[in-house]
Design a binder for this molecule. Structure first.
Ligand code: CTP
Length: 217
């Protein structure tokens, strides 16, 4: 690869799926890992497009942010930017299902069904990588158990060159935390533990690893 700036696309944060204007299904993702990666990438001189779900974080200096809410909006943004990027890093915690019906008016509590019918949302990573050409693709895997086995399966199914696996559901790791410990895996057998450390330090290490891979490809 030449010395021109690396064009990077990062997704971060949660998505929300509303069933009326004031109620939604989501998850506790804070976006911290994705934003730390965006910051680390921009500080290496990469051109960074950050597609972000609703989070309470400032856009890191030097990054271009597209704010989205639903999985479909995140798909549209990521899909549109993917062809022009050199590397996609998909940290977003995308809701896997959404209510089949979305009421335009607030549903009164005595009229709300206790069984909301759901349908799957689009798998953004699995779908955009169908059009993968030269891009390096990095997935994330959030698991409560059997972390490595599930992450390896996701890496293959979603056509990733690397997957960053992390355990969630415990204090000091994963969602909302400032610290993390991750396992970086590749289809050719890379098995690298990074952390426990701050999400910033882990992001710096990951980005410098991807930088050297892209520069030497
Ligand atoms: N992902 C995605 N679109 C979805 C769900 C997940 O692009 N609808 C991406 C995530 O951004 C992440 C990877 O796929 O890079 C794995 O996400 P994760 O939530 O760990 O797994 P899921 O595929 O949702 O599977 P499961 O919930 O069964 O673990």
């Amino acid at each position: 690869m030449s010395n021109s700036p690396i064009r990077c696309l990062i997704s971060a944060g949660p998505t929300r799926e509303y069933f009326d204007p004031v109620r939604f299904l989501s998850n506790p993702s804070s976006g911290k890992m994705g934003y730390a990666l965006a910051e680390a990438a921009a500080s290496l001189g990469w051109f960074v497009n950050l597609v972000s779900g609703p989070v309470a974080l400032e856009c890191p200096p030097g990054c271009l942010r597209t704010s989205v809410v639903t999985g479909q909006e995140m798909f549209d943004a990521v899909n549109g930017l993917f062809p022009e990027c050199d590397i996609l890093i998909m940290t977003a915690a995308v809701m896997d299902y959404r209510p089949v019906e979305r009421s335009t008016a607030k549903i009164k509590k005595d009229q709300l069904s206790m069984n909301i019918e759901m349908e799957p949302t689009i798998d953004i990573l699995k779908t955009v990588t169908l059009q993968k050409t030269r891009q390096m693709v990095v997935g994330f895997a959030a698991e409560t158990n059997d972390v490595e086995a599930y992450a390896l399966r996701k890496m293959e199914e979603k056509r990733c060159d690397f997957i960053v696996a992390n355990q969630v559901g415990q204090p000091g790791q994963g969602f909302e935390s400032d610290t993390n410990r991750v396992l970086l895996l590749s289809p050719d057998g890379l098995h690298k533990v990074i952390g426990p450390d701050s999400k910033r330090a882990i992001a710096t290490e990951l980005v410098s690893f991807f930088n050297s891979k892209l520069r030497n490809s």
